[in-house]
Write a protein that binds this ligand. Structure first.
Ligand SMILES: Cc1cc2nc3c(=O)[nH]c(=O)nc-3n(C[C@H](O)[C@H](O)[C@H](O)COP(=O)(O)OP(=O)(O)OC[C@H]3O[C@@H](n4cnc5c(N)ncnc54)[C@H](O)[C@@H]3O)c2cc1C
Length: 396
């Protein structure tokens, strides 16, 4: 395996790095202070610049206007975009739209692609993915209560969801609902596209995350589906294939997330080192003279480098040997990288003292909004259990 940056993408990565540093980062403070709704004109301006620079949609296939990169290549891009909290959004590569585009591209009918995928890929609308329910364990999503019952050529959906990210202002939701309650657990549910203006779609609230309800794309909503009627043509893929499609979405999605987290690590590492190198703790000496700070810097460098190699290795395995052969690696990176990132954010805050918990640096934003990394797409404990079981089975 060769993990050097391929010559074919090196110029692209350099261009993206410059764009993030020169165009995106200077807008961060304004967007994060104003909120995503009020800052929409500025965000649209940035997206326009991104399109004009030929950088839009790095994860999308070329036939829908993207750059058509491979998984490893997009992983490298995702790391660079992750250096700013706005990076993925400005480039049209943000969750949950990126995952929704992927499954619409793979499983959508021509009519679904025209109505939903086209505008989504051009950044004209947004979407959300509605699976988790407050009453049931999201870590075992086969236990869903939301149902979609056939009534002639329609489905009637009833259910209660929460943590539907980015539902506020989205044009449609992809809803996971039980269509065959008598089937085996992984063959019970289907994915169904629900336009958010359908009667019975009720956004109850944006859930406060550590005090911040967020808004627009940067939000997580509680939603009621009450007697929501949508045509059968809105089903994505075959009936009862919801979990099969979800699996398609999660494999590459975890690589994208992990590389985004490594981008965050690099940003936080830079911020921490700059502070350590310049903060005087007496008349002459800076924090850099203290062994504890030196150890944190060295440990963080080793952990970020190890994390990056693990993720690239997993991406390479998916690309060359298929997802089934990369399952252990994907579980390992999911909890390992999330923890490397969150421990580093905490240490960087500590080295900044009181400044670290203010919004004058980007650290507090990461502390609040990235804590979920250890919970979504499979909590740490579930990934550890899955990998450990497979390893131990070889010893039994
Ligand atoms: C920021 C964020 C964004 C999200 N976005 C979306 C979204 O867009 N759409 C959507 O549908 N959902 C979304 N989710 C929901 C997410 O998928 C669930 O939170 C996740 O699956 C965990 O489910 P739960 O919260 O119900 O926790 P539970 O399933 O109740 O688990 C609680 C805890 O129990 C422990 N645990 C669980 N199972 C085991 C086990 N087998 N062994 C040992 N310990 C275990 C873990 O520590 C776990 O964190 C999001 C969540 C977050 C935090």
């Amino acid at each position: 395996m060769d993990f050097s940056i391929p010559e074919s993408v090196r110029p692209l990565l350099e261009k993206i790095e410059r764009f993030i540093a020169d165009v995106v980062m200077p807008a961060e403070h304004e967007v994060l202070e104003k909120g995503f709704r009020a800052a929409d004109p500025l965000l649209e301006e940035l997206r326009g610049k991104c399109k004009a620079a030929g950088l839009w949609g790095p994860q999308m296939p070329k036939d829908i206007g993207g750059l058509g990169l491979s998984l490893v290549e997009h992983g490298l891009v995702s790391e660079r975009l992750g250096r700013s909290p706005l990076g993925h959004y400005v480039f049209g590569a943000q969750a949950p739209d990126a995952g929704n585009m992927e499954i619409l591209h793979k499983f959508g009918t021509p009519a679904q692609k025209e109505r939903w995928l086209g505008p989504l890929s051009r950044g004209e609308i947004r979407s959300c993915f509605s699976m988790t329910e407050p009453e049931n364990p999201g870590s075992n999503p086969t236990l869903l209560s939301c149902t979609a019952v056939r009534d002639g050529d329609h489905y009637v959906i009833d259910g209660h969801k929460w943590f539907t990210s980015s539902a506020d202002g989205a044009a449609f939701a992809i809803v996971m609902a039980v269509t065959n309650p008598d089937a085996s657990p992984h063959a019970r549910a289907s994915m169904i596209i629900v336009p958010t203006d359908t009667p019975g779609f009720e956004l109850a609230r944006n859930i406060k995350i550590m005090g911040d309800p967020g808004e627009a794309w940067a939000s997580h909503s509680e939603i009621w589906y009450r007697n929501v009627r949508v045509p059968v043509e809105n089903r994505l893929g075959p009936e009862n294939a919801g979990f099969m499609i979800a699996q398609e979405r999660l494999g590459p999605g975890r690589i994208h997330h992990c590389m985004r987290w490594i981008g965050i690590c690099e940003r936080v590492f830079d911020t921490m080192c700059r502070r350590i190198a310049t903060r005087k703790i007496d008349d002459e000496k800076t924090l850099a003279t203290r062994q504890i700070a030196q150890a944190w810097v060295a440990e963080a460098r080793a952990e970020i480098d190890a994390a990056r190699l693990m993720v690239l290795n997993a991406a390479w395995t998916i690309e060359h040997k298929g997802f089934q052969n990369a399952r252990d690696q994907v579980s390992l990176i999911k909890f390992f990288v999330a923890n490397v990132m969150l421990q580093l954010v905490d240490k960087a805050i500590q080295m900044h003292g009181a400044l670290g918990i203010t919004s004058d640096t980007v650290l507090a934003h990461y502390y609040v909004h990235e804590r979920g990394a250890r919970i979504y797409d499979g909590p740490d404990e579930v990934h550890k259990m899955v990998v450990a079981k497979r390893i131990l089975a070889r010893y039994a």
